[in-house]
Design a protein around this ligand. Structure first.
Ligand code: MLT
Length: 402
């Protein structure tokens, strides 16, 4: 829990009812004043404005405990009891300064919105003030699939959207989108060998990953989903379209490409797989890092670099080697493109070196009716580097589907 500075406020006559008590509406307003005042004493009242977002109240509960009168000084304490990616909860307590009697307590849930009123991930500066993200609230379910157990985050209600992560990442690469797209049922698994899923010693293939995702949908009773794949996740989406097209309502292909590996790329996969098994996943993570991010990301968003390192480190050696061999052996998906009959969105970071914008543009051009969204100032990790722009592109696409 993070505590904001305690502030003392005086009750004025105009805030009181006919009997001279602080009235209920004024008590709520007093809590609000206390919050702005604590920002003024800490990071500045314009904290949200500076970041181009605003805090809006989604839910408020107030317990009125005792009367307060004009001239009473109230000491208001504010603690952040939960911090998510787009929302947070503040608990406030107002005590009479002279005798410590609690006048009222409030619990208020806020959501961060952008200028269009859409939920937006907390900007880094705001997140720092509110404290570390609470993790317990969104624990993953464990779902058994053939030979492995997957950690799957399932949030919300509405039309299902299934997120497939890339390599060497895990489901948290989609954390901002999973938090922001609150009108859809978000399903984000860690693939076998990644994140909190188990890592069988072998048996990895793109087809295996695709079958695992279908097993996840089966376990959750989901017949069809919008499937959203980042890079290797995109290779898996192609496989889903080949093997299980009836389960796919629409597709989002992010930072991915249809072409198979060249001979040189296949050899490089084998070298990296050997490195993963000999020196561990962090060594592979460091080897890949230089090509993953946009030029400004490392300097301006060091937390994104850290998130990447954490994801790579969470992958097991066998999981990494398995994923590399699965990608090495993936089929050519170019012939599939003109056969795709579901709505498609292609997303690419303007500085993606792994699957560059021209590849994305050609791919979108080959898929009937596909839309293309280029995310400025993003490399291969657009969902983490530019979460707001990526979430907006996704939300616009999903809105158009319904
Ligand atoms: C990924 O992000 O999944 C990988 O970069 C894909 C690849 O190496 O082909």
């Amino acid at each position: 829990m993070t505590a904001l500075p305690t502030v003392e406020l005086t009750v004025y006559p105009y805030e009181c009812d006919g009997f001279g008590h602080l009235n209920h509406a004024s008590a709520l307003a007093l809590f609000e004043r206390a919050r702005w005042e604590s920002l003024a004493r800490g990071p500045g009242m314009d904290l949200f404005h500076r970041a181009g977002v605003a805090p809006v109240v989604r839910k408020a509960t107030v317990d009125y405990r005792a009367a307060a009168f004009p001239g009473d000084a109230l000491r208001v304490e504010t603690v952040i009891t939960h911090r998510g990616t787009t929302s947070w909860t503040a608990r406030q307590s107002a005590q009479r300064a002279r005798d410590g009697v609690v006048i009222a307590e409030a619990e208020i849930v806020f959501v961060c919105v952008d200028r269009a009123g859409r939920p937006a991930p907390l900007p880094e500066e705001v997140a720092r003030v509110l404290g570390p993200r609470s993790t317990a609230a969104h624990e993953a379910q464990r779902i058994g699939v053939a030979g492995a157990e997957l950690a799957v985050e399932v949030r919300g209600e509405g039309a299902p959207v299934l997120f497939a992560h890339g390599f060497p990442f895990d489901r948290t690469v989609w954390r901002h989108q999973v938090a922001a797209l609150s009108r859809w049922k978000r399903i984000a698994p860690d693939l076998r060998g990644a994140g909190e899923s188990t890592a069988p010693a072998d048996g990895y293939s793109i087809a295996r990953y695709a079958d695992d995702l279908v097993a996840v949908l089966d376990a959750l009773g989901v017949r069809r989903a919008v499937v959203c794949g980042l890079s290797m996740g995109g290779y898996i989406v192609f496989e889903l379209l080949r093997r299980h097209s009836e389960r796919v309502r629409a597709v989002v292909l992010c930072g991915t490409r249809p072409q198979p590996d060249s001979e040189a790329a296949r050899r490089a996969r084998d070298e990296l797989a050997a490195l993963a098994l000999e020196r561990g996943s962090a060594a592979v993570g460091e080897r890949l890092l230089p090509q993953l991010l946009a030029s400004a990301t490392a300097a301006e968003q060091p937390e994104v670099v850290q998130q990447y390192r954490d994801m790579a480190q969470r992958m097991s050696g066998p999981g990494m080697a398995g994923a590399l061999r699965a990608m090495r052996d993936r089929p050519d998906s170019t012939p599939l493109l003109s056969q795709i009959r579901v709505p498609t969105l292609v997303i690419v970071g303007s500085e993606d070196q792994v699957s560059p914008p021209e590849v994305a543009e050609a791919m979108a051009g080959a898929i009937p009716g596909a839309r293309l969204a280029v995310i400025p100032a993003a490399g291969h990790l657009a969902p983490l580097e530019q979460p707001l722009a990526t979430s907006c592109a996704l939300a616009d696409f999903l809105d158009a589907l319904s």
